[in-house]
Structures are given as structure tokens and as C-alpha cells.
Design a protein around this ligand. Structure first.
Ligand code: RP5
Length: 178
């Protein structure tokens, strides 16, 4: 998947295995929603280290500004990417082992001082993309406006849910008293 044809690529979505894609595709969909171009790559810190190093070194020349990284188990992908770049790395710990993602969360979040990896919730690919968009929006007024619209939609949807719930409760109460 490559959004280059539609929008210039600004974000790399990396994952340790193609088995991570069902979750990581939520990051891709969210970037599409904001009109941010991205590229997707399967790269493993352990199984393809040389290709990973090459990829991260060459990424800025292709326009990559932020890395979104998903990995499960002994999840070192985000940390290794952060070790190789000065660009921000947002990581998604994935629940791909019997430990349910706690292993990936701890492996991802416990970075040494000086090499941060911004770690979202287990499986939180959507938030990883929103955070990446927020970073890009610091120097992109059009994107910042789309974020404000997105937050307004979130607030509206909460209000709608509240109204719907109250209506359901009122209907139930009316049913009980008739
Ligand atoms: C991790 O191991 C990957 O990020 C994935 O979550 C997990 C399983 O990988 P596969 O065995 O499906 O390739 O490195």
C-alpha cells in the first residue's frame, strides 16, 4: 500500500511481520482520513536488521518525517528505529503472543534516556496515526485545521451517544410504566 500517488509520503508505517497488518492498517486508514501520504513496510529488528538499517537511513530522502512502528513479542523494532534516526518514532505494541501484548508494551516503552519511543496503547494504531498527524500539524496549518475538525467530530459523537442512550432509557422507563 502506498499513498504516494495521492499525497506526498510523510509517514512510514513499519511492522515486524505481515501478521501485524490487521491492526496496523488502522493507522493507514487514519492517515488516509487526514490526507497524509504514507508507505508501508515489513521490517524486522531481529530477522532483517541490515534492511531495516538501510530503510531508516534512506527514509528522510523520500520525505518521511515520522515513523509509526508496530511489533509484538520481543518488540525492539521501535527502539532500533529510534536508535537510527532523529525523527519521531511512535510505536504500537501488538498482542501477538500468549502474553497479550504486555511483553511488547514493556519491550517498547522501556527505552534508555536520550532515545525516546512515543508508545501508545496495546493495539492503539489509530492513536499512533493521530499522534503522527499532530506532530506534522505543528508546521502545517491545513492539517492543524483538519485536526480541529476531527476533535469537533469526536465531541459531537459523544453528545450523540449521550442523547441516544438517554432516549433508550426514557423508552424503557415508558415501557415499564405502561
Ligand atoms: C513480531 O513477532 C512481529 O511483530 C509479530 O507481532 C510477531 C509474530 O510474527 P510472525 O511469526 O507472524 O512473523 O516480531
Amino acid at each position: 500500500m502506498n499513498e504516494q500517488a495521492v499525497h506526498p509520503v510523510r509517514v512510514a508505517i513499519l511492522m515486524g511481520s505481515d501478521s501485524d497488518f490487521p491492526v496496523m492498517q488502522e493507522a493507514a486508514q487514519t492517515l488516509e482520513q487526514f490526507g497524509v501520504g504514507y508507505e508501508v513496510e515489513v521490517l524486522s529488528a531481529h530477522r532483517s536488521p541490515a534492511r531495516l538499517h538501510r530503510y531508516v537511513e534512506e527514509a528522510p530522502a523520500r520525505g518521511i518525517e515520522v515513523f509509526i512502528v508496530g511489533a509484538g513479542g520481543a518488540a525492539h523494532l521501535g527502539g532500533v528505529v529510534a536508535a537510527l534516526t532523529t525523527q519521531p518514532v511512535v510505536a504500537v505494541p501488538l498482542a501477538s503472543t500468549p502474553l497479550g501484548g504486555l511483553d511488547a508494551l514493556l519491550a517498547t516503552v522501556q527505552m534508555p534516556a536520550g532515545v525516546p519511543v512515543a508508545t501508545v496503547a496495546i493495539g492503539g494504531a489509530r492513536n499512533a496515526a493521530v499522534l503522527a498527524v499532530q506532530m506534522l500539524a505543528l508546521a502545517d496549518a491545513a492539517l492543524a485545521e483538519r485536526l480541529r475538525a476531527y476533535k469537533r467530530e469526536l465531541a459531537d459523537s459523544v453528545a450523540q451517544r449521550s442523547a441516544r442512550l438517554k432516549q433508550q432509557l426514557a423508552q424503557k422507563a415508558a415501557g415499564r410504566s405502561s
